[in-house]
Design a protein around this ligand. Structure first.
Ligand code: ADP
Length: 392
């Protein structure tokens, strides 16, 4: 890696008692705090409740709503670098804070493109980045009128601004599926014949250094629409892997994102790579980097925000990651049945997010298993999935 770009950044940051602010106090914020403790970087977090995962892990917790202009302004004015762990934040405030001299990553202008699934797709089209064909519709009536003319069933609807964790995505396979379609602005795209879903997390610092993590493969839970297994490295050819890597580099550069950019892609049955969507923050598909790679995505995010040289992302051992989801039928105070049995296994690492209330399919934690043999890692991950039951 080229380390010639920066000098004494960390030393002077620590000496001048600068602070990093994060909008959002969920599990991604929690793991950013964990990474920051190695250097004792002062982390301030803003979210609506200190009971959230990162609330008690940071140096200073500030109660506020990251969607609210005044709250973000008041918080941002108290920190030196401001970043995010969720993209649905008030970008008008971020633009104003930038004008006032606060360092904001990612750039609020790029965040505005990413937050709107329609603008995101238009960005890919304008930059010749491969993605599935799409159209934008303002209302359900407009979409109804287009069916049979501009577009054919089946297709996929993504509400332009509301989506998170699969809730904003709807697959229309028949006319009957149209009944539950919301009457809001939407992006409608071709239903892709997916062979594999893969992700590349890229990082860029303000000096322009770009470093990517190796390609990971995501397997989805059939009903919860959440990642069930994450496998690293992905079982794809070197050629596809190189293509995926260079697409991620192309996008982070074109969007001029400083910090992390998780790039989710579809490998189609025909062998093409299409960009699904991106997230400018730590991502579920990078949890396994904590134990599986030399530098974790969380440390990399902090390094890139501070304009430090980026860390080496090489894989230490292949890894399998599973999300630990709340068991169906249980809502209330969480118990972690079977956790002792699971922690007895070598090379299995359990992370609990400290959410007091469990709900069906709520992300309550994750587990990473590392092993030279990916099948063995998968076997242990399945054991954890079947034996660690999060219930009331
Ligand atoms: P979210 O923002 O909720 O994560 P995504 O855009 O990632 O939504 O979509 C969630 C999942 O839905 C994807 O991981 C994929 O399995 C499926 N999906 C999304 N878009 C398409 C598409 N065009 N064709 C086929 N499946 C899709």
């Amino acid at each position: 890696l080229d380390h010639s770009t920066s000098t004494n950044i960390l030393e002077s940051f620590l000496y001048s008692k600068k602070k990093i602010g994060i909008l959002g106090g969920g599990q991604l914020g929690l793991m950013l705090c964990q990474a920051a403790t190695n250097w004792r970087l002062p982390i301030w977090i803003m979210d609506v409740s200190q009971d959230f995962p990162a609330g008690k892990m940071c140096d200073q917790f500030v109660e506020g709503n990251f969607k609210d202009y005044d709250d973000v302004m008041a918080f941002g004015r108290q920190v030196d670098i401001l970043t995010i762990e969720i993209e649905h934040v008030n970008t008008d405030a971020l633009i104003q804070l930038q004008k006032e001299g606060v360092i904001v990553h990612p750039a609020p202008q790029s965040l505005n493109i990413i937050k709107d699934k329609g603008l995101q797709k238009q960005f890919y089209k304008a930059h010749n980045i491969p993605t599935s064909p799409f159209g934008l519709y303002e209302s359900k009536d407009e979409l109804d009128a287009a069916i049979g003319n501009d577009i054919q069933i089946p297709f996929v609807i993504k509400y332009r601004t509301a989506g998170y964790d699969g809730k904003g995505v709807q697959i229309v396979r028949s006319g009957a599926d149209m009944e539950s379609v919301l009457d809001v602005p939407m992006m409608v795209e071709e239903l892709v014949e997916i062979d594999k879903e893969i992700s590349v997390i890229a990082a860029k610092n303000p000096s322009g250094q770009v470093v990517t993590f190796p390609v990971v493969e995501m397997e989805f839970h059939p009903t919860a629409n959440l990642v069930e297994f994450l496998l690293c490295p992905s079982d794809i050819s070197t050629e596809i892997s190189k293509k995926a890597d260079s697409l991620a580099r192309q996008i982070i550069t074109a969007m001029d994102i400083n910090g992390l950019l998780a790039v989710e892609m579809f490998l189609t049955k025909k062998g093409d790579l299409l960009i699904n969507e991106v997230a400018p923050r730590p991502h579920n598909s990078g949890h396994q980097t904590i134990e599986g790679n030399l530098t974790s995505q969380y440390e990399q995010h902090l390094r890139s925000n501070m304009d430090m040289p980026l860390g080496n992302t090489d894989i230490l051992k292949p890894s399998v990651m599973i999300n630990l989801l709340g068991a169906p039928g249980h809502t209330g105070d969480a118990r972690y049945e079977g956790i002792d049995e699971c922690t007895k296994m070598d090379n299995s690492f359990i992370h609990l997010y400290g959410k007091t209330t469990t709900k069906p399919f709520r992300k309550m934690g994750h587990a990473t298993v590392i092993d030279d043999n990916l099948d063995e890692a998968r076997r242990k991950a399945i054991f954890i999935k079947d034996n660690l039951i999060i219930k009331t």
